[in-house]
Design a protein. Structure first.
Length: 202
């Protein structure tokens, strides 16, 4: 199943310590699953989002002819089941909440001048993953040591079917993203987070 494949890839990936703990996983989805995901998401490359960030949630997949609900659900289920392995077993001092849920969506980021500015990650999130889908070339995720572009250190470079993972920490995990191309930037995102506001996807 896609979920077991995905979580095993994450669990086997080394922790990169600079500028703060994160992982970069190549070929993070099974080839056949990613090929379908990429092909079915190409419809979003030129979607007019009115210059705003847009999310496609799993319950909306059928509306867009996306047949990956079961695969995306399988991954989310494994993330929740292996929450401690993905966080406490790998990362130093990750956030933790008594009740957890998984939030998932396909994210469509419009081209510049839109930019998701430097932020540390919402306090409700304990673990975040972003899988790069389309186009072939774009900007990945930029990492900083403070909320200041002058503190840029490195980029989790854009490569289709690679995934950027980290555990958000207040005042530490500063990052930003944008699309440098004339088309939208498409990613598949999962977040392990507190269920204080209710269950999300899983």
């Amino acid at each position: 199943m896609a979920g077991t494949y995905y979580t095993n890839k994450v669990l086997d990936a080394p922790i990169i310590k600079s500028p703060w703990q994160h992982q970069i996983i190549d070929d993070s989805l099974p080839y056949d699953v990613f090929a379908r995901l990429q092909s079915q998401c190409e419809q979003f490359l030129n979607l007019d989002t009115q210059g705003n960030l847009k999310f496609i949630f799993p319950h909306e997949f059928k509306d867009y002819g996306i047949d990956l609900y079961d695969d995306v659900h399988s991954i989310g289920t494994q993330i929740l089941e292996k929450a401690e392995n993905l966080t406490r077993d790998l990362y130093e001092n990750p956030r933790w909440y008594g009740g957890l849920t998984v939030y998932a969506h396909i994210s469509i980021t419009p081209p510049l001048p839109y930019k998701f500015d430097i932020h540390e990650e919402g306090m409700e999130k304990i673990w975040s993953s972003v899988t790069y889908v389309a186009p072939i070339r774009n900007v990945g995720t930029k990492m900083y040591t403070a909320k200041d572009e002058k503190t840029f250190v490195s980029e989790a470079e854009w490569k289709p079917n690679s995934t950027f993972v980290f555990c958000g920490q207040k005042g530490v995990t500063w990052h930003s993203y944008e699309s440098s191309e004339s088309t939208n930037r498409i990613t598949l995102n999962y977040f392990l987070m507190s269920d204080r506001r209710g269950k999300r996807f899983i």
